[in-house]
Design a protein around this ligand. Structure first.
Ligand code: GLA
Length: 357
């Protein structure tokens, strides 16, 4: 019997930069998906997850999406088969302690848990970055979500008390020690985030349109200063300004972390949220309310939406000694402001599924 844990992730800075060949800073969480599994004779695959009907597929027959949670593991199985790996029969049971619909990459954690389980069960040697690419392919082509590579990389490469700096053009990862004394508070807006809606793809298209108009391969190759006289429509210019601003904030955030300057790091988080509000328009009134409330609490260094946006959760960077009070205050003020009774999670930066990757 094999057991694999793959965490969820938070995006710290670098919103929607991954599919623009840009840079991102993220961290794996100490919450995630656990899968236990065992190989069996033949080609029958049984997948279980508490609260859902069992799913049975056959590795020797064509695999198709069903629209349910099993598209994530089955998509990974399909991509391994497509890449020429001999997937045999097995049984696997999944469980998660990640809040659903919070934008903390529960789907990537299921994909990565499945991929690592398969490698262990069938004794395959694959580089961690190739595993991330395969899981992303499963999400893009099987689950039908056009995401970048951020989520899968974060779930694999995370490290306890470290941020991950990912350069999406080079596909290179650097682990950056995160100073002690400041912790992460995740607050769910109570409004589910789902990337299957059209907004994510629309933003993606607007970014690609901006790069085409600017005559650059990707928005990674433009700076905020390049945008003012480029003949972009107002909407497309604001979308592009979010991406160029985010890339700039990620580099500034990296320097701040290296100097142990968490106040600056926190300010960058809040600036990122303001840009989501004004430029990228991927925030919601609920997320804005949470950020406003969080940033007015003592000991909160900064806050922003995390991940795709359009719902989900915010992250707040909070001094350790203030975190419990901040959590209670934010939840109660949010209940008054938005009439939403929600949950907050005090998380630590945890190990990825392959912590020594
Ligand atoms: C989602 C996607 C990622 C990334 C973020 C926004 O989490 O899955 O690839 O684009 O949104 O940064």
């Amino acid at each position: 019997m094999y057991q694999v844990f793959a965490p969820g992730r938070v995006e710290l800075l670098g919103n929607h930069t991954d599919y623009n060949a840009g840079v991102v800073m993220s961290a794996a969480l100490d919450l995630g998906t656990t899968v236990t599994g065992e190989a069996s004779a033949g080609s029958r695959i049984r997948l279980r997850s508490a609260g859902f009907p069992e799913v049975i597929v056959d590795a020797s027959e064509p695999l198709h999406p069903s629209g349910g949670w099993s598209d994530y593991p089955v998509g990974v199985i399909a991509k391994f088969i497509e890449a020429g790996y001999e997937v045999g029969g097995f049984e696997a049971e999944f469980s998660t302690n990640l809040p659903v619909g919070a934008g903390l990459s529960s789907s990537a954690s299921i994909e990565v848990a499945t991929a690592v389980l398969l490698c262990r069960m069938f004794d395959w040697e694959i580089s961690p970055m190739d595993l991330a690419r395969l899981c992303k392919k499963a999400e893009n082509e099987f689950a039908g979500v056009n995401c970048g590579i951020l989520d899968q990389v974060s779930c694999i490469f995370g490290k306890r008390q470290h941020a991950i700096f990912l350069d999406c053009r080079k596909e290179s990862v650097q682990r950056v020690p995160f100073p002690e004394g400041v912790e992460l508070l995740i607050v769910h807006s109570g409004v589910k985030h789902a990337l299957t809606g059209g907004e994510y793809n629309e933003r993606r298209d607007q970014c690609f349109e901006a790069a085409r108009t600017l005559g650059v391969p990707a928005l990674r190759d433009a700076s905020t200063a390049d945008l003012s006289h480029a003949g972009l429509s107002d909407v497309v210019r604001r979308r592009a300004a979010h991406i160029t601003g985010e890339n700039e904030r990620v580099f500034a955030g990296l320097s701040a972390l290296e100097l142990g300057d968490l106040e600056t790091f926190g300010r960058l988080l809040t600036a990122s949220h303001m840009s989501s509000m004004e430029n990228f328009e991927n925030s919601t009134p609920e997320l804005d309310s949470l950020v406003r409330i969080a940033t007015s609490q003592p000991g909160v260094l900064g806050a922003r939406l995390t991940g795709g946006g359009f719902g989900g959760a915010i992250i707040a960077l909070v001094m350790a000694e203030n975190i419990e009070t901040a959590k209670v205050e934010i939840l109660s003020k949010y209940l008054t402001d938005m009439e939403i009774d929600t949950d907050a999670y005090h998380c630590r930066m945890g190990d990825g599924a392959i912590p020594d990757a």
